[in-house]
Write a protein that binds this ligand. Structure first.
Ligand SMILES: Cc1ncc(COP(=O)(O)O)c(C=O)c1O
Length: 274
């Protein structure tokens, strides 16, 4: 986003500055974290894979039993928000966030990319709230109740790391609190199966597609931390991040080089700015 550009918001279709955006304390989204959200990357002024994000928002609402929202209306409002920062102050790179709360409130925020300290060391943390698809309805939903995810990040930082690598009760590697994960072992790109109940990361989908298109073998499955032994690269990604190489997970180091990261990062950048 251009230097000096004020973040913008839209609450129930009414455009305001972010400072003016208000949600009542009695809104279920605030009071109970009841609702669903999406964070969409904006690159060169265009939201990347907006349709996929809105579809995921619809799935998240359905998974927690909330009524469907009007996706066309949200896309239209996002377009209005992006147009508000049209030339002479065009939005370039930023984050478009959508919230739909249990009270039916729609909020969209357009802001510069959030500052994200680069994570080098992930510390495994149990995530007993992430359960396989089909075992309970909210599995895989991107809900507004992110307290457990944030607590996992804090626990990892207390343990000396930069962020958490969430693991299932059964020990399977899942995802980060705000990012998807993948790793390279024996020239095969491995990623946790979305059926484990992780967020179906859209940036991860993009990079796995890119890996396949580049002729790499891609495997999605259920892997324990022991599957990371012998991996040459461990990578994270999200809608507002590049594909980033992690140097260490627990006691396992990935000293580099990172040719797969470099290739996937270029592909993701190309796709985002196409
Ligand atoms: C728990 C979790 N996993 C993975 C991701 C990455 O998803 P995406 O690539 O769609 O941003 C996110 C993004 O916020 C997330 O919160």
């Amino acid at each position: 986003m251009e230097q000096g550009m004020q973040p913008q918001a839209m609450v129930q279709g009414v455009a305001v500055t972010l400072g003016e955006a208000r949600l009542a304390m009695t809104d279920e989204g605030v009071a109970r974290g009841d609702g669903a959200f999406e964070t969409v990357g904006v690159w060169d002024g265009r939201p990347f894979r907006l349709h996929d994000h809105l579809e995921r928002l619809a799935s998240s609402l359905a998974a927690i039993g909330l009524p469907p929202t009007d996706l066309g209306l949200l896309a239209h409002e996002a377009g209005r928000l992006l147009a508000r920062v049209a030339p002479p102050n065009p939005v370039r790179d930023g984050a478009l966030r959508f919230y739909v709360t249990g009270s039916g409130t729609r909020v969209i925020i357009l802001s510069p990319p959030p500052p994200r300290p680069v994570a080098h060391w992930l510390v495994p943390q149990p995530a007993p709230w992430i359960r396989p698809l089909g075992t309970y309805a909210p599995a895989g939903a991107k809900t507004m109740s992110y307290g457990p995810n944030m607590a996992a990040t804090r626990a990892a930082v207390r343990a000396g790391g930069d962020d958490a690598l969430l693991t299932a009760l059964e020990g399977y590697v899942l995802e980060g609190p705000t990012f998807g994960v993948l790793w390279v072992r024996d020239d095969i790109v491995h990623a946790p199966d979305v059926a484990l109940g992780i967020v179906d990361s859209i940036s991860r989908r993009t990079v796995l597609e890119a890996a396949g298109a580049a002729g790499m073998q891609v495997e999605q499955g259920r892997y324990g931390l022991d599957a990371l032994a012998g991996a040459s690269e461990f990578l994270i990604c999200s809608a507002v991040r590049d594909v980033l190489a992690i140097l260490r997970v627990g006691e396992q180091s990935f000293p580099g080089p990172t040719p797969v990261r470099d290739l996937l990062s270029k592909s993701l950048e190309r796709a985002r700015r196409a």
